[in-house]
Design a protein around this ligand. Structure first.
Ligand SMILES: NC(=O)C1=CN([C@@H]2O[C@H](COP(=O)(O)OP(=O)(O)OC[C@H]3O[C@@H](n4cnc5c(N)ncnc54)[C@H](OP(=O)(O)O)[C@@H]3O)[C@@H](O)[C@H]2O)C=CC1
Ligand SMILES: CC(C)(CO)C(=O)C(=O)O
Length: 310
């Protein structure tokens, strides 16, 4: 079996958990900082607790792009999606002997990698939350599908085999675009409703009114997807939303974490991207609630960030 080096770009909740699980299974892994460069490499002890209260602890090498002359292997991007243009630019200077896998939420986030040869998207069905700088609460919902944007299929299976562990699973997906849409729609509900209600991901399986609102968002977004030639089923997406809500009960969605920590959110690639698509098609009326909730998240986030700057 192939044993490529695995570079994880973005040392956040997902990146750190993934690094720990991979190294736990003896994979050759390094964390590469997304927002920081020109720092020497260091080793950090990172501890992950999973849904079964199993504890995993590994000393992970964390480095920055300046220390990597050439990259050869698998590059997993777990930085926030709005950083992709800058990350693509940095990767362009590191040769071409690697495949890129985007593990981020969001629609059209692969655009900055348009000129790369092997680009894959993965749709994450796991939740990870930092409980302190280097401790993480992790819950796997189910295996995360990974599919081909431009690379060869053989490459896709090799990547899935190499990055899968017993605790953070992946599977090959022939129609990743469909999956991306489904998950983006689910995130349009989770990433707006949970932070606005200031609650955790379990809200939908606990509260019927919250689920009703989520169903409205799902229906609006499916309309936009259909108009873009993507056929999706309302029931299937609702079931996935409830499954995630049950399995990720108690975890906070990353957008809520961002707002609580006065950081930029990814709402631009979720509710606001779907709203933009509806506008572009000349049908803004398709997504009134999705847009409104997205704008409220934007406002909540900018108010918080403005407060700390004064
Ligand atoms: N957390 C979760 O449960 C899930 C997350 N996702 C998706 O996974 C991705 C990562 O999420 P998560 O780990 O929670 O996020 P975090 O905020 O915990 O970590 C994201 C990392 O992105 C990097 N980053 C942030 N801003 C910038 C910037 N301006 N330029 C470059 N890099 C930047 C930072 O890396 P560094 O510290 O190295 O600078 C940061 O640690 C997101 O797209 C999210 O939507 C999907 C499903 C579940
Ligand atoms: C919807 C959920 C919880 C699924 O993993 C997610 O995408 C996130 O935490 O960002």
């Amino acid at each position: 079996m192939r044993k490529d080096k695995i570079y994880i770009v973005g040392a956040g909740a997902i990146g750190k958990a993934l690094a720990v699980f991979l190294q736990h299974e003896s994979k050759d892994v390094v964390l590469v900082r997304g927002s920081v460069d020109n720092k020497p490499a260091e080793k950090k002890v990172i501890t992950v607790t999973n849904q079964e209260n199993q504890i995993f602890q590994q000393k992970i090498t964390t480095t920055t792009f300046c220390n990597l002359k050439e990259i050869s292997g698998i590059v997993l991007i777990t930085a926030k999606a709005f950083a992709n243009t800058e990350i693509a630019q940095r990767l362009k200077n590191k040769g071409s002997n690697f495949s890129v896998v985007l593990l981020q939420n969001g629609l059209n986030i692969e655009k900055p990698f348009a000129t790369f040869e092997n680009v894959f998207r993965c749709v994450l069905f796991s939740t990870s939350q930092l409980t302190s700088d280097n401790t993480i609460s992790f819950k796997m919902v189910t295996d995360s599908p990974l599919g081909n944007m431009r690379g060869k299929n053989s490459n896709q299976n090799a990547i899935v085999n190499q990055i899968s562990t017993s605790y953070f699973g992946f599977k090959s997906e022939p129609d990743i675009l469909n999956m991306v849409w489904e998950k983006v729609i689910i995130n349009c509900a989770f990433n707006s409703i949970c932070p606005l209600l200031e609650t955790d991901n379990g809200i939908f399986h606990r509260n019927r009114e919250a689920t009703k609102l989520a169903k409205t968002i799902i229906a609006e977004c499916i309309d936009v997807a259909n108009k873009c030639g993507i056929t999706l089923g309302q029931k299937k997406i609702e079931e996935k939303l409830l499954l995630i809500s049950r399995r990720a009960d108690g975890q906070l969605i990353s957008t809520y974490e961002d707002i609580r920590n006065n950081r930029r959110t990814e709402i631009e690639s979720l509710n606001l991207e779907i709203s933009r698509l509806a506008d572009k098609m000349g049908m803004p009326e398709l997504v009134p609630n999705t847009r409104l909730l997205g704008e409220m998240i934007q406002l909540k986030s900018t108010i918080g960030m403005a407060d700390i700057n004064h």
